[in-house]
Structures are given as structure tokens and as C-alpha cells.
Design a protein around this ligand. Structure first.
Ligand SMILES: NC(=O)c1ccc[n+]([C@@H]2O[C@H](COP(=O)([O-])OP(=O)(O)OC[C@H]3O[C@@H](n4cnc5c(N)ncnc54)[C@H](OP(=O)(O)O)[C@@H]3O)[C@@H](O)[C@H]2O)c1
Length: 215
């Protein structure tokens, strides 16, 4: 089982010229905390995603973080309990060198061309999503698995029956994009949603969609 984590705009755009079309500090912080903390429920509680689907009030990022200011610190990762973040080779290449590998997480790069293997202190390269999932499934230190893009990898992940959750940051605007998140089916149901946030005039919200049957 794994989760997909993605930020997409109103037209499901996710990328432009090999990078993100927007800069949202709040979303970057959410991505870091969600993918690093081995206790996903704790992150969800912290971000108040259980406040109800109909809450359409607008909050600023500052007002939301003020509300969670008293929360206890998130459980920390350790080498014995850390998450894995899987990404396509192009997304890996797009990470600024100072953020690569993503700290506190097992970094997995999917590539058909790069030699497969473990690059100690940095990242793993796997030749397919399934190869990564199989190996991580045998690794007791790997807690949660997050598929973190880009477009090609999301498309494959959404077709995989092991994709149980989509952590979607819904950006409420249309940006010029050349990479898109494929549509996902009705088997993914919204189970939590944050208030609408605003950062530098860009409105966005965090949503959680979980795989369930259609009845
Ligand atoms: N908004 C978001 O949340 C978000 C998140 C991540 C990325 N992005 C954006 O998405 C864009 C990049 O996406 P992209 O679709 O161009 O590239 P990508 O999915 O990051 O990487 C594509 C590469 O992954 C490898 N690959 C693809 N399918 C594979 C498979 N089934 N098995 C093994 N390897 C496979 C191939 O690498 P080789 O060529 O080496 O074989 C392929 O060239 C960037 O603009 C990035 O900023 C956005």
C-alpha cells in the first residue's frame, strides 16, 4: 500500500519546464512533514484535516498554524522508522542539489535508463514502481511509502491497486503548465479537507482522498 502526494491546479496542472509552477511555502512544509513523519495520522491531526468537508471559511496560513501552535511535536523519523519517497528521474533531476536527497526519508528514483542500485547516503534507483514497492515491502524500516511525482509516475501509480490514498493540494487557480495529473476515478473519495488557505494571493487547500468501494 502506498500514498500519492501531489499539488495540482484547477486544470490538474502540476509542472512547467521541469519545475513547479508555483511557490507555496505552506505546501512545501506540509509535504516535508507528511512525508518525513513516520506517523501519518499525527500529521493529519496536526493539520486539522478532520474539521469537516463543508467548512468553506477562508483562513490564512498564519491563522491555521496559530491554531495548531500548541500541538505536541511530531514524532521524529529514525533510521529504524522512516518513510520512502518515490519519484521519477525527471523530478529527481529537478530537485535543487541542496535539497537532494530529501532529508530524513529514503529517496527512491524510478528510471528505465539509470543503473539500478543503492547509492549510499543518497538514493535508490529502481527500474519500475513495482520493483520499488516489492523491495520496500520487505524492508521493516520503511514505514509509509509516498509517490511524489511527476506526471509519468503519478499516471502509473494511479493505475496501481496499491494506491490507497491521495494527498492532494488543490491550488485554486490555473497556471501555465506542461505536465498534468491524470484524472482519478470515483473509487477515490474525499475523506478530509482543510480550510481554504491563502498565500501571496494564491488560494489552496489540502484534501485527502481514499480508495473505497463505490456503494
Ligand atoms: N505538483 C507536484 O506535486 C509535482 C510533484 C512532482 C513533480 N512535479 C513536476 O512534474 C514534472 C516532472 O514530471 P514528468 O512526468 O515530466 O517526469 P517524472 O515522472 O518525474 O519522470 C519521468 C521519468 O521517470 C522514469 N520513468 C517513468 N515511468 C517509469 C516506469 N514505469 N518505470 C521506471 N521508470 C520510469 C523515466 O526515467 P528515465 O528517462 O531515466 O528512464 C522517465 O523519463 C516537473 O515539472 C516537476 O516539477 C510536480
Amino acid at each position: 500500500m502506498f500514498s500519492l502526494v501531489v499539488a495540482a491546479d484547477a486544470q490538474r496542472g502540476i509542472g512547467k519546464d521541469g519545475s513547479l509552477p508555483w511557490k507555496l511555502k505552506g505546501d512545501m512544509r506540509w509535504f516535508k512533514e507528511l512525508t518525513t513523519c513516520p506517523d501519518t495520522d499525527e500529521v493529519l491531526a496536526r493539520y486539522l484535516m478532520n474539521i469537516g468537508l463543508r467548512d468553506k471559511r477562508t483562513h490564512t496560513w498564519e491563522s491555521l498554524t496559530a491554531r495548531i501552535g500548541g500541538a505536541r511535536p511530531l514524532p521524529e523519523w529514525s533510521p529504524a522508522a522512516r518513510n520512502a519517497v518515490l519519484m521519477g528521474r525527471k523530478t529527481w533531476d529537478s530537485l535543487p542539489p541542496r535539497f537532494r536527497p530529501l532529508a530524513g526519508r529514503l529517496n527512491g528514483v524510478l528510471s528505465r535508463r539509470l543503473p539500478a542500485g543503492v547509492f549510499h547516503g543518497s538514493h535508490h534507483v529502481w527500474p519500475s514502481l513495482q520493483a520499488a514497492l516489492d523491495e520496500l515491502g520487505r524492508d521493516p524500516t520503511a514505514k509509509n511509502i509516498f509517490v511524489a511525482g511527476g506526471g509519468e509516475i503519478y499516471a502509473e501509480a494511479l493505475r496501481h491497486p496499491g494506491c490507497a490514498r491521495i494527498f492532494l493540494t488543490d491550488v485554486a487557480a490555473a497556471f501555465p503548465c506542461d505536465t498534468f495529473l491524470p484524472a482519478f476515478g470515483p473509487e477515490f473519495r474525499e475523506t478530509a479537507i482543510s480550510p481554504l488557505l491563502d498565500e501571496g494571493g494564491i488560494a489552496y487547500r489540502f484534501r485527502l482522498l481514499e480508495r473505497g468501494d463505490r456503494s
